[in-house]
Design a protein around this ligand. Structure first.
Ligand SMILES: [Zn+2]
Length: 76
């Protein structure tokens, strides 16, 4: 699978079969601060490899934001 994205230090790597057809610019309270564009895949379609991540969750904990423990970049 080709590499789709990495964190800044490249410890965390996301790979999938194809680049996203579209991405979402979410304007919720956290995504607008991260300034990210999100692509959505089924878990079987993407592989997350490499360095460790820590997860930030709040409220009902329905969404986890993973960031690289080495460089702090949000990866997924
Ligand atoms: Zn990193």
């Amino acid at each position: 699978m080709p590499t789709l994205a990495t964190c800044h230090c490249a410890a965390v790597r996301l790979t999938c079969e194809a680049a996203p057809v579209e991405v979402t610019e979410c304007t919720c309270s956290i995504c607008r601060r991260y300034g990210v564009l999100w692509a959505y895949y089924e878990p079987a379609q993407v592989r997350i490899e490499g360095g460790a991540t820590e997860v930030y969750e709040w409220d009902d904990r329905s969404i986890g934001f993973h960031r690289c423990v080495a460089c702090g970049c949000v990866t997924h």
